[in-house]
Design a binder for this molecule. Structure first.
Ligand SMILES: CC(=O)N[C@H]1[C@@H](OP(=O)(O)OP(=O)(O)OC[C@H]2O[C@@H](n3ccc(=O)[nH]c3=O)[C@H](O)[C@@H]2O)O[C@H](CO)[C@@H](O)[C@@H]1O
Ligand SMILES: C=C(OP(=O)(O)O)C(=O)O
Length: 417
């Protein structure tokens, strides 16, 4: 098992480039299953989750080539087949193959997906939407089977603006008969990128970025070349790395607007944030002030940044209140922060954090992807050594993070033990 040994206390300084977005790449790669054409996707991050999607596509018969950050996918010979839990459990986003396989082939059987242990993460909205489009669905022994010789467009109202359900239902609507309308759709920037990708290969999708998305069914899709948007969560993590170490970090290759919820919170916390066309610079040398945060769907404060922001609040002056409204089990980093000397009280879905002057090193565990990232940030802010285990979670979402932070002045070693 690999671990990180992190020696904190260094100010991070310099420029770090954000990679392409994991959460935009995953639905885009899943959507390649909708076409017999060739899809060339640039700026795909080399992450564990992407490798799982590559494995999944190849298992279904796709020809996949991944060189550098460009993935080429040819799904002309894909055949639907049962996807067992061996693959499906490797990540939550494996569920994104449901819509495209059903839409193109009329039947699909997959095991329930896995993913970070941050909540129960049901699939009910995905399935309810597909049923309203005419699919017959059964769930047995942990498998979902869906059948529909021809999906039919309809109006779907999502109970909550689920990102995954929005993406799966858009894909189901692409080759459906007639028009599908998704109300209370997710508005995340990754959905807008997804729409751009789909339309470039011949789909007719409008409304992404608003809460009503309209998909006019088409007969078939063609080939496409697309560049994925930069990863706002990765970029945000780097911004907090600059703030928490009282450093001076510029993150390049970003779409600043996507970072607004974080930029405004960091400024409120006393961090200097400069914004350029495609970069942001974070400087922090004054007092860090406690701020309150409530996670919300975009354009609210992202749940995927909650634990990293909490790392910053552990050393801010005053008391901050962080409410997690998206996932019911996304405070697993709290006991780990406490091991490092943080003062955090939990009351249901709310964490009350009293800032301490400094964190100490400890042996801690990455309980999920962003919790792991947050623990790196806390360890960088502390002054002693920290041993961070279960770092495979971190590799799901950050490409060689230790090398990249070391180039900014951090001291992180990956060890095998
Ligand atoms: C690969 C990817 O893009 N992952 C992101 C995606 O996950 P994901 O798409 O899984 O998250 P959702 O937006 O679906 O989940 C939001 C909420 O809706 C609930 N829900 C969802 C589906 C459903 O059928 N029923 C239901 O109740 C979930 O339990 C959760 O409480 O959006 C999350 C919320 O921004 C992010 O944290 C994840 O990083
Ligand atoms: C929760 C996340 O990912 P996933 O939905 O793939 O588990 C994340 O990216 O923070």
């Amino acid at each position: 098992m690999e671990k990180f040994v992190i020696v904190g206390g260094n100010r991070l300084k310099g420029t770090i480039k954000a990679n392409g977005s994991k959460n935009a790449s995953l639905p885009i790669l899943a959507a390649t299953l909708l076409t017999g054409g060739v899809c060339t996707v640039h700026q795909v991050p080399r992450l564990k989750d992407i490798m799982v999607m590559q494995e999944l596509l190849a298992y279904l018969g796709a020809k996949v080539n991944f060189e550098g950050h460009t993935m080429t996918v040819d799904c002309s010979n894909v055949q639907p087949q049962e996807i067992s839990e061996d693959i499906m459990r490797k990540m939550r986003a494996s569920n994104l193959v449901l819509g495209p396989i059903l839409g193109r082939f009329g039947n699909v059987k997959i095991s329930h997906p896995g993913g970070c242990n941050i909540g129960s993460r049901p699939m009910n909205l995905h399935l309810k939407g597909l049923v309203s489009m005419g699919a017959e669905i059964s769930e047995k022994f942990g498998y979902i089977t869906a059948e529909a010789s021809q999906l039919v467009g309809t109006v779907i109202h999502l109970d909550v603006p689920s990102v995954g359900a929005t993406e799966n239902l858009i894909m189901a609507g692409i080759l459906a008969n007639g028009t599908t309308v998704i109300r209370n759709a997710a508005k995340e920037p990754e959905i807008v990128d997804f729409q751009n990708f789909l339309n470039a290969m011949g789909a007719k999708v409008v409304g992404a970025g608003t809460d009503v998305i309209r998909i006019e069914g088409v007969k078939e899709l063609g080939s496409v070349t697309h560049t994925v948007i930069p990863d706002r969560i990765e970029a945000g993590t780097h911004m907090i790395a600059g703030a928490v170490t009282r450093g001076d970090v510029t993150v390049s290759n970003v779409i600043p607007e996507h970072l607004d919820p974080l930029i405004y919170k960091l400024r409120e916390a006393g961090v200097l944030v400069e914004v350029g066309d495609d970069w942001v610079r974070v400087q922090s040398n004054g007092t860090l002030k406690a701020v309150d945060i409530k996670t919300m769907p975009y354009p609210g404060f992202p749940t995927d940044m909650q634990s990293q922001m909490m790392a910053l609040m552990t050393i801010a002056e005053g008391t901050s209140v962080i409410s997690e409204t998206i996932f019911e089990n996304r405070f697993k980093h709290v006991p780990e922060f406490r091991r490092m000397g943080a003062d955090i009280r939990l009351e249901g879905h709310t964490a009350i954090i009293k800032g301490v002057s400094r964190l100490s090193g400890a042996c801690v565990e990455a309980t999920d992807l962003r919790a792991g990232a947050a623990l790196i940030l806390a360890a960088l802010a502390g002054e002693d050594g920290t041993v961070l285990s279960n770092i495979e979670h971190i590799d799901r979402g950050y490409e060689r993070i230790e090398k990249r932070y070391n180039s900014l002045g951090a001291r992180i070693i990956r060890v095998n033990s």
